[in-house]
Design a protein around this ligand. Sequence first.
Ligand SMILES: [Zn+2]
Length: 118
Amino acid sequence: MVKKLPRTKKVGPTRGLGTRYGSTVRKRYVKVVTELKKPHRCPQCGFVRVKRESVGVWKCNKCAFTFAGGAYTPITKLGVVAKRAAKGTRVEEAPKAAPIEAPVESPVEISTEEEETE
Ligand SMILES: [Zn+2]
């Protein structure tokens, strides 16, 4: 009889993939799947009970609120922009700097027109 050595059981989302598809892709896959699997906050009731029903369909287990979202996350950056655009409000960027209103102390007159002397 051959005694089998105890194999180390791998855990994580990529356990079914083995050594395939390359480490970079697997790492990216882990990032996406962990984000997908973790419970998300419900926009309706505020409870962290939202799970993905299907691709882009999210459902809250607390209040049964179903809504459309991203494929892997309930809210995407692009979705927020699209929602704002659908509302009709302008997408306003956060003010990065103070409005440029430099006081003009010495107005320099630039004469582009050449004086014609006849
Ligand atoms: Zn809810």
